[in-house]
Design a protein around this ligand. Structure first.
Ligand code: ISC
Length: 398
């Protein structure tokens, strides 16, 4: 076992950006405590969490906690940092900006991987595999690399995300080498408060009209079509069943509504199922539950192993944090984790955005590609790229 002592903080230690978490349940920011010994990042999430919570206590935290992200690929190293959840905990008011407070972003280059045609080809291949019965569902992802003339300010981007998506889990997590992972995820992976566990998995998407308030009938018709789509309901049911099966052995009670609900973001409709459970005992903390539930079929597929193998072979890039989980935990095993989607990594003048779409046997390749373009739109708009006014190079990449 590693014994940890808090290293002294030299007066000149530069302060990194804080972790920021803005959820429907509340907001906080937390500065990582002086760094932990190297080597720990290869530990598994529950062990790493326990070690860092101890470290936070030894470093003098009044309310020891950890914050961070889990990558998509199971077994890959999480990025977790010890924090004091008690101080400074500054709930930042919701920004009232409705449009980006950024200078017009000037695009030098936009590259998507795979590109539009390549993504549609991946969907076509996946549909064949699905029709052959080797898979029930697979969520194919893409990345979009933007090279800009000026570096976006992560604080301003986060403020825009929060203003446009007030019901989302908006986050900003400092990564090594000055990078920042940020996003506004609509999807709660898991919240644990004592023995109460809540999840709200999502699968099934429709785009909303450009201005939903100006076209309420069209907006409602698209929502209605989603709720009554056999394809989307099937995709959704597969996901809910897989999550319930993983959770059930740990639960005294498990409530899973038979019918999903419609959830809107500023630009999309989704099908979501709010799941509530009571744990049998206190032995599983939130950091034990996250690896049990992740990766859900909302980001991977069904069956999980076959979907993972398909993604490993098909996706020509490393998802990194995309499709993983981001959030926090305290020393009592409580915490809240969102699915890391509608997100980007910012590194100077480079922004890497991610998006995925669930593919089932009757998916349409162009429709799935357009869905990823709409999902990229969450971060694109916060960077100042408004849908009505996208540069040609960006339109081509989408
Ligand atoms: C994988 C993403 O979204 C997931 C969450 C909601 C709906 C989804 C869908 O309909 O495919 C995705 O499973 C993403 O935003 O990149």
């Amino acid at each position: 076992m590693t014994t940890l002592t808090a290293p002294p903080t030299p007066a000149h230690t530069p302060r990194t950006r804080p972790f920021e978490w803005h959820a429907p349940t509340g907001s906080f920011t937390a500065q990582a405590l002086p760094h932990t010994p190297p080597g720990l990042d290869s530990a598994e999430l529950p062990d790493l969490g326990r070690t860092l919570l101890r470290h936070a206590g030894q470093a003098g935290a009044a309310r020891p906690g950890v914050v961070g992200a889990v990558p998509f690929r199971p077994g890959a190293a999480p990025h977790l940092r010890p924090v004091d959840l008690a101080a400074p905990v500054t709930a930042r008011p919701l920004p009232t900006l409705s449009s980006p407070a950024l200078p017009l972003p000037t695009l030098r280059r936009a590259v998507s991987v795979p590109d539009a045609a390549g993504f549609e080809a991946l969907v076509t291949d996946a549909v064949q595999t699905l029709r052959a019965g080797r898979l029930d569902k697979v969520v194919l992802g893409r990345l979009l690399d933007l090279h800009l003339h000026a570096a976006p300010d992560p604080d301003a981007v986060l403020a825009c995300l929060r203003a446009a998506h007030p019901a989302a889990y908006a986050f900003s997590l400092p990564l090594p080498e000055g990078a920042t992972l940020l996003g506004a995820s609509p999807e709660l992976l898991l919240r644990r408060a004592g023995r109460d566990v809540s999840l709200r998995p999502m699968a099934g998407t429709r785009t909303r009209p450009a201005d939903p308030a100006a076209a309420p009938a069209e907006d409602a018709a698209r929502a209605h079509a989603l709720l009554h789509s056999a394809k989307d309901r099937h995709e959704h049911a597969l996901m809910v069943q897989a999550i319930a099966d993983r959770l059930a052995p740990l639960c005294r009670s498990l409530s899973v509504p038979r019918t999903p609900e419609l959830v809107s973001t500023a630009t999309l409709w989704h099908l979501a199922t709010p799941i509530h459970a009571q744990l049998r005992d206190d032995s599983s903390g939130v950091l034990d539950l996250v690896p049990l539930i992740h990766p859900t079929p909302a980001v991977c597929g069904v069956p999980t192993g076959a979907a993972q193998a398909h993604l490993e072979a098909a996706e020509p890039f490393d998802r990194g944090w995309f499709g993983g989980a981001v959030g926090w935990a305290d020393e009592y095993g409580n915490g809240e984790w969102a699915v890391t989607i509608r997100c980007a990594e910012l590194r100077g003048t480079h922004a890497r955005l991610f998006a995925g779409a669930g593919v089932v046997a009757d998916s349409d390749p162009t429709g799935e590609r357009q869905e990823t373009a709409a999902k990229f739109g969450t971060v694109l708009a916060a960077l100042g790229f408004t849908p009505a006014d996208l540069p040609a190079a960006l339109l081509e990449a989408l």
